[in-house]
Design a protein around this ligand. Structure first.
Ligand code: GUN
Length: 297
């Protein structure tokens, strides 16, 4: 059996081509989609993510605004910036890059973002809307996984999806999306996590396995059913003395061992990774389309 590699670069390029058309259509109507990112402090990983988001925005012809605030920013200053972006009609969507410095209250900040501009889908109102299947933004990483399945022709209806990990950003919303009625969903979903008993036996029942538990090579070949579709959301940096950098990225799945059992699998890097920014861009375009449809406020 040949194993199909599902590559985020290929899937995201398909989606970017569609987004470019939607952005052009918005521009014809006089709207340039605007996405802002608030970055507080100087966390190195966050700096890289924020730069990549800005570059992608601009390469698509959207307006990108990066708001850099010092690590000593107070809660009031950050809340004032959120209020300012909520009120700015040229900014259709924005996010506050996490994690925030420890003295800041993340929940209060997320709750203050206007749900109509919450392109991360972190606001409780949007999380609730997603759960009950009402139109809303979808959280970027699980939405990216779903697009990889759909656009690779993986049938999900009636299939057993096992989600490994229960984070608010990936595991929980992934399960909520796959159990929903409709195309690319209609699955039977099981969520397993670090406290699950008989975890390997449950994982072995998966037709589609989505792994986001944050442990390098956690899923081994003996846990995977022959012919399963394996989506690896993990990105873990491990020591590798053979590399000049001394380290490399591996997923939550033991790729080399699992790839021969899977019918399709995502590598790390190059798998799910590129999808997250892509789906954020899709949410920003949707935010601009929604605002355009509502007309001037
Ligand atoms: N930090 C790591 N991932 C994310 C994300 O998707 N959104 C935000 N706001 N911060 C993050």
């Amino acid at each position: 059996m040949t194993t199909k590699l599902i590559l985020g670069k290929d899937v995201s390029e398909e989606i970017y081509a569609e987004l470019r058309q939607r952005i052009d259509a918005l521009k014809v109507k006089g709207t340039v989609p605007g996405l802002a990112v608030i970055l507080v402090g100087d966390d190195p990983a966050s700096q890289v993510y924020v730069r990549k988001k800005g570059e992608m925005c601009e390469s698509l012809g959207m307006r990108s605004v990066t708001v850099r605030m010092p690590a000593e920013t107070t809660q009031d200053e950050l809340m004032a910036k959120v209020a300012e972006l909520n009120a700015d009609p040229s900014i259709h969507g924005f996010l506050v890059q996490l994690p925030l410095p420890k003295h800041l209250d993340e929940k209060q900040v997320i709750n203050a973002i206007s749900p109509s501009k919450d392109v991360d889908c972190f606001h409780p109102e949007n999380v609730g809307r997603m759960l009950i299947g009402e139109p809303t933004f979808l959280p970027a990483t699980p939405a990216g996984v779903q697009q990889m399945l759909v656009r690779s022709g993986v049938e999900t209806g009636g299939k057993h999806v096992v989600v490994v990990g229960r984070s608010n950003i990936v595991g929980k919303p992934m399960a909520a999306m796959m159990v929903q009625k409709g195309a690319g969903a209609d699955s039977t979903v099981t969520v397993v996590h670090s406290r699950t008993k008989g975890l390997a036996d449950i994982i072995r029942q998966a037709d589609i396995l989505v792994v986001a538990i944050g442990k390098p090579r956690f899923v081994t070949a003996d846990m995977v059913k022959e012919g399963a579709v394996v989506i690896d959301v993990g990105t873990n940096r491990v020591d590798d003395p053979s590399r000049p950098s001394g380290s490399r990225l591996v997923g939550d799945v033991d790729f080399d061992a699992v790839k021969d059992k899977a019918s399709a699998i995502t590598p790390v890097p190059g798998g799910v990774g590129p999808m997250t920014i892509c789906m954020l861009m899709a949410n920003a375009v949707k935010a601009a389309e929604d605002a355009c449809g509502r007309g001037p406020q």
